[in-house]
Structures are given as structure tokens and as C-alpha cells.
Design a protein around this ligand. Sequence first.
Ligand code: B12
Length: 230
Amino acid sequence: MVEDISSELLSNGASLVGFADISILDPVVKKNFTTGISIAVALDPVIIKNITEGPTIEYDKEYKSANDRLDNLSSMIAEYIGKRGYKTGYWGATNDGIYGHHLTKLPHKTMATLSGLGWIGKCALLVTRQYGSAIRLTTVLTDLNIKIPDVSISGSSCGDCTNCVDLCPGHAPSGVNWRRGMFRDEFYKPDSCRMAARKIAKERTGIKDTFCGICIANCKYTKEYLDGGL
Ligand code: B12
């Protein structure tokens, strides 16, 4: 079933697919689900290459179309799994279920590290070996009871790189390497990120929204992807 689900998602446009045993998650979060599926789509390298100094209108369109592709993938695979007799739970790729200080019950990045897709970078983004942080994510939970080996990633591979720290217009990343169990605000300032993103998006595109991407485009792993290092 894991192979079937993976090939169904990859043949419909997903770039990476991961599976995780979610037994360690809080019961309020996992409900009666046993397995988490993390789905990533890579962003267009040509567009990401052009946002090293700030967002473009093309980037705004690209990340919003990536959200739509992710939402279509999660509803498609939920139907596929449902037809085989299992329950699923999923929510939007972006601004769905936000509460408190920019929080959600189960961030998409959590499922991505638990399923081994990547680690959390200094700028709090999910970084993958294949695409760097030039990916967007979504999550599908299911009660499909499959034995999944623990492939989770619990530490950073950023090493001493500080590209995102040096270039973030909001100085949001403090430069500390992530380890699982650290809370976001110990190494990244979300309000500084949000304010800087809204300012630079307005200045460079005239669009009133929260998008920037400088940390994405300047990540050393993203650059490998952009230079065709895939
Ligand atoms: C609220 C929000 C924001 C807020 C706050 C950002 C933040 N990090 O919290 C603001 C407005 C500042 C923001 C800005 C941006 N956003 Co935003 N945002 C979200 C949203 C809707 C919720 C995030 C959330 O729940 N935050 C709460 C904190 C606690 O969680 P977190 O930082 O996301 O993830 C932490 C946990 O996963 C934890 N963790 C990791 N592994 C494990 C394992 C276990 C067991 C546990 C317990 C925890 C844990 O470590 C992570 C790091 O702090 C998500 C979509 C989603 N539903 O996940 C998109 C999302 C995080 N945003 C995204 C992006 C791209 C951006 C921007 C680059 C803007 C842009 N589009 O150009 C910036 C940079 C964000 C950043 N550095 O994280 C992408 C990130 C993709 C990636 N490569 O990681 C997401 C995932 C949207 C998507 N569908 O792809 N965003």
C-alpha cells in the first residue's frame, strides 16, 4: 500500500512523499489515525533563482499554484485511500487552522521531519537534500495500519552555513542549529519574518501579502538544486 500511495502521488505531480508512524504525537492531534503522509512539491527553479534579493510577482503566482497543487494531491489521495476502506484526515497547505501566535496543531514540517523528508534549517524552514527549502508541503493522516520503519530526522545538516541568517531582511533566524524538541521561537523570530516579508513584498511587487523567499533562494541546498545538482 505504501508503494501504491507513493506512486499515485508522484505520478500526479508530487516531488517527494514520506510516511511516518505518528504514535509519538499528542492524542488530541493524531485522533484515531496511526500513519502520517507528508507530501512535498518543488518550486520552479527558474522562478526561485530570481528571488535571491526578494520576491517577484512570478514567485507569488508560483507558491499560490503550489498550494493548489498540494490541496488537489491531498484530496485525491484521501479519495484513493478511502476507496480502499481506510479513513483519512487532511487540511489546507497554508493558512488553515492557525491559532495563537502563528501556531497550528500539526505543522506540515513536523510530518516532513518525522517521515524523513528533511530537517529544520536555521530559518525554521524544512530543508531537503533534493530541493533545499524550495518546496511546499501538506499532510494527510490515515488509520491505514502499516509497519513503517523510523526514518525520522531529529537534527540539522546546516552545519556552519549562515546564508539565511546573513541575508534575512528581518534578521529572523538567530543562527542556532535545530534539534528536535526545540521550539520555533528559540531560534527564529516569526514576527520579524512576517513584518519584513510584508514590507519587501509590497515594495517589490505592490502586493499586500506575506511572502519573501530570500531564505529559500539563498539556502546552500536550494542553490545545489537550482544549479541542477539534483
Ligand atoms: C503560520 C505560518 C507562517 C507564519 C509563522 C511561521 C512559522 N514558522 O511558524 C509566518 C507568517 C511568519 C510565515 C512566514 C513564512 N512562511 Co509560512 N506558514 C505558516 C503555517 C500556516 C503554519 C506554521 C505553524 O504551524 N507554525 C507553528 C510552529 C511551531 O511550527 P513550524 O515552525 O511551522 O514547524 C516547527 C515544527 O514542525 C517543529 N518540528 C519539526 N519536526 C518536529 C517533530 C516533532 C515530533 C515535533 C513535536 C515538532 C517538530 O519544528 C519546526 C520549526 O519550528 C504553515 C503551513 C502549515 N500548516 O504548517 C506555513 C509554512 C510554514 N510557510 C511556508 C513558507 C514558505 C513561508 C515563508 C518563506 C514566506 C514565503 N511564502 O515566502 C515565510 C518563512 C517561514 C518559516 N521560516 O517558517 C511553508 C514552509 C515550506 C518549507 N520549506 O518549510 C509552509 C509549510 C507552507 C507550505 N504549505 O509549504 N508563515
